[in-house]
Design a protein around this ligand. Structure first.
Ligand SMILES: O=P(O)(O)OC[C@H]1O[C@](O)(CO)[C@@H](O)[C@@H]1O
Length: 184
């Protein structure tokens, strides 16, 4: 007798759309991102209901060793001259790492250590980003299409946003040549 074969969740690599999974979906809007963008006036003038990004993730257990798999869909856009980006965070359990995979669109992954040293990796379809322990991370969409990136991270990791209340050390703005990096 053949055993029943389980149909696992599926992800469409080109779009990041999930099928067959126990999905959680969360949208982050302009109004949720207080203090994140440098041009406060431009931020205040925007519709707070505009979605900047949404995350779809497969639900998982909170057990040690369990993993989340999720896709962040970061819309193309700017607040003032600064490109749309995720809020960004350290893991509450700082020793937990994460892996990002670029699926579609183009952008940057901003990584920052606890000592404030920041670096940028180019995100593009097929790119693989190993986020080490003790490293904050933020996605930035420098393109004209939605930037979609798949991530795998431990469910115990948690989010610490407070440690970055003063912002990251680098910001990315539109420029004549496409984009430019400035110190925060
Ligand atoms: O929590 P942030 O900084 O808004 O980032 C968006 C998402 O990116 C992830 O790191 C993985 O996609 C999630 O943990 C998080 O929900």
């Amino acid at each position: 007798m053949n055993p029943d074969i389980i149909l696992p969740p599926q992800v469409a690599w080109a779009s990041g759309a999930f099928a067959n999974g126990p999905l959680i979906r969360k949208a982050t809007r302009v109004g949720d991102l207080t203090g994140v963008f440098s041009d406060t006036l431009a931020w205040q003038q925007r519709d707070p209901n505009d979605v900047v990004y949404h995350v779809e993730m497969l639900d998982s257990t909170a057990d040690a060793g369990a993993l989340y798999v999720g896709v962040t869909h970061l819309n193309a856009g700017k607040i003032g001259d600064e490109f749309y980006m995720t809020r960004g965070h350290f893991h509450k359990q700082r020793e937990q790492g994460e892996v990002y995979f670029g699926l579609s669109g183009e952008g940057l992954l901003l990584l920052q250590t606890e000592q404030g040293e920041a670096r940028l990796e180019r995100v593009a379809p097929g790119s693989v980003h190993i986020i080490p322990p003790f490293t904050a991370h933020r996605l930035i969409n420098t393109g004209t299409e939605t930037l979609s990136s798949l991530a795998v991270w431990p469910t115990v990791a948690g989010h610490d946003y407070a440690a970055l209340a003063g912002g990251f050390a680098l910001r990315v703005f539109a420029s004549d040549s496409g984009w430019e990096v400035r110190h925060g």
